[in-house]
Design a protein around this ligand. Structure first.
Ligand SMILES: [Zn+2]
Length: 178
């Protein structure tokens, strides 16, 4: 956990920040010519908003714990910076940090079209490996028909909930291993 997840989250973030994605129009162009990607192409504001929001979440939590530390050198350093600056924080806050990094990793992958990654998490309720990603609902749904909420709906989970489950399992494993 920790550095591996941070590295995976950083490489997904780097992909999202690539000029191809940032300059891709949010809607398909209707012009007669497909325009080449140049500095003059309008930025995809949805991606920029997404990147800004995620960077702000990390910087805000880091500064809550570590004071007014200088910002990371670049996007690719964001998660290593987060871990390094908060390595002396209380254990519960380090778990909050690790959960946020794992949540970001999953969110970046879904955004990149790799929602299969979500299915590598077991369902937090029934434990089965049958989660399906629901793009419209922005949640993972359990495909076990007997796994229902009290009012009969399919069990569904946010990425943050799946990330929290993974961090808790890792913590229990680490405690039992030492
Ligand atoms: Zn389930």
């Amino acid at each position: 956990m920790g550095q591996d997840t941070a590295a995976a989250a950083a490489s997904a973030l780097r992909l999202l920040n690539s000029p191809d994605l940032r300059h891709q129009p949010a809607t398909a162009p209707t012009g007669r010519h497909s325009t080449p990607t140049t500095a003059g192409t309008p930025l995809n504001l949805a991606i920029l908003d997404y990147l800004t929001e995620h960077v702000n979440q990390v910087v805000t939590h880091t500064r809550e714990l570590a004071g007014d530390v200088p910002a990371p050198a670049g996007l690719e350093d964001l998660y290593h910076w987060y871990i390094n600056e908060t390595s002396n924080a209380p254990a519960d806050q380090q778990a909050v940090r690790d959960t946020l990094i794992e949540t970001h990793r999953l969110e970046h992958l879904v955004r990149l079209g790799e929602a299969d990654e979500v299915c590598k998490h077991p369902c937090p309720k029934c434990g089965c490996w049958g989660l399906m990603w629901d793009h419209g609902g922005n949640r993972a749904r359990c495909s076990n028909r007997r796994c229902r909420t009290p009012d009969g709906m399919t069990s569904s989970w946010t990425l943050a909930r799946l990330a929290a489950q993974k961090i808790q399992r890792t913590e229990i494993w680490r405690r039992n291993a030492t």
